[in-house]
Design a protein around this ligand. Sequence first.
Ligand SMILES: [Zn+2]
Length: 315
Amino acid sequence: MKMVSFSSSQTNPKVYHSLQEIDGLSCARCGRKTITHKKIQEERHKIELDAKQAIDKLSQKENIDSVAFHLLKKLSEDSPQKTVREIVAQENAQAALSQLCEEDKKEFRHLVKNATKMALPAHLALKKIEEYKTLINPNKQIVFEELEVLAQKNKDKTLSEILKMPEVQEEYKAKAKHCITTNNLSPRCRRNNPFRFFAQNKNEDDKTIVEKLISGLENTFEHVKRNSNNGQRVQSNGITLCFDCNNYIKERKYPDVIDEFPQMRENTQKQIDEVIEYINDGELINHENYPTEIKQRLYDESEHIINIDISKMKK
Ligand SMILES: [Zn+2]
């Protein structure tokens, strides 16, 4: 057994303990690059305003004479390039905070909470997550493109501000309705009606809107032997699917899934090839038996349709 200290997972070379920790693994069904939950959280934070801008904006609606406000302002002036969230995590901020009375601490937390919600204008926020635009599912791509047009028309507004505009809500309510009648959809159908996104998210904050756009790519654990069939959540019974595919497959059986989408066979092979490379490079630890185990499990559960080649595994 390889001995690896936990600290080494923070530095190069990176060490993973499960498939779900790996960013960029191909989805075993659709073949798109998946992203980790951690990565999605990082993307959410990318749209935060820097501290100076956040505090300028905050000063328009909060009590700027409070002790807490002065402290936050001072801290942000010391680190103008950072976001409020980064500043508050610093040691000097924690030390200064510990000097405050309970009342001021409470006010400080309130200000921080509001400051970290301050987001970049929509056109800049969308730029930050542009790399996902071609990866997200076709419906979300339509939403992304519609948001880009709206963002150009409303350059000073954030995503959540745009979604709250009555004229935007009106416009997309009409588009959603049109989509229902022309495609003969059920009124609640979300999958084939991208325009429902606008009504559904009109009360969400900016970070949540960003998350909703990209979360379909999140990697999820797929029970190869189904949960409902006593399949366990252990790695030898798990492959990685993007959230969209996992949501789609649900309890469907693999022969049916492959019938509908034959590329799943090659995409599963692609994922296992990637995993084998991580194992061979020593970056995915304690998974030496995984390829053999998952090969058998996939073979059994797919009624012998998926037969993975694991010969790339180093002996
Ligand atoms: Zn997928």
